[in-house]
Design a protein around this ligand. Sequence first.
Ligand SMILES: Cc1cc2nc3c(=O)[nH]c(=O)nc-3n(C[C@H](O)[C@H](O)[C@H](O)COP(=O)(O)O)c2cc1C
Length: 139
Amino acid sequence: MNIQAVYHTRTGHSRKIAGAIARALGLEAKDIKDWPEDGQADLLFIVGGIYGGRSDTKLLNFISRLKPGSVARAVLITSCASGKDGQAQVRQALEGQGVPVGKREFICPGNFLFFRRGRPNQKDLADAADFALRVAGKA
Ligand SMILES: Cc1cc2nc3c(=O)[nH]c(=O)nc-3n(C[C@H](O)[C@H](O)[C@H](O)COP(=O)(O)O)c2cc1C
């Protein structure tokens, strides 16, 4: 199975999380900027943050540029200060493109101002990696 992981980040947390899941799965996490024109995945992990209650437009634009049929299934991993906001717009954009999205989304606390100081921490990264291994059937 061709498993890939991409991220978009403003403050570095999504890169850290994507790196942790990539290490666990034995692959290289890609910044969305580096996703190749002809990129393909049977399972694509998408790691992103929440800003003012929304996903970053750059991540939504990345999804709108995915070639039809290039991604068989996506799973979302979200970094946010609330620890409960999912990437609803990303999910909707993927489904609009005909990409099935795993119901379960891993939500990882991420530091912002004085909230969630020190997060994501080592345990958060290990939990994200465990989640990815389970989704990929490698746990
Ligand atoms: C400008 C800005 C706005 C944010 N707004 C929210 C928000 O509405 N809800 C939330 O839970 N976290 C919010 N956060 C916190 C981020 O989602 C959190 O820091 C996340 O880990 C950022 O991921 P990144 O480091 O990959 O960019 C915001 C952070 C920034 C910088």
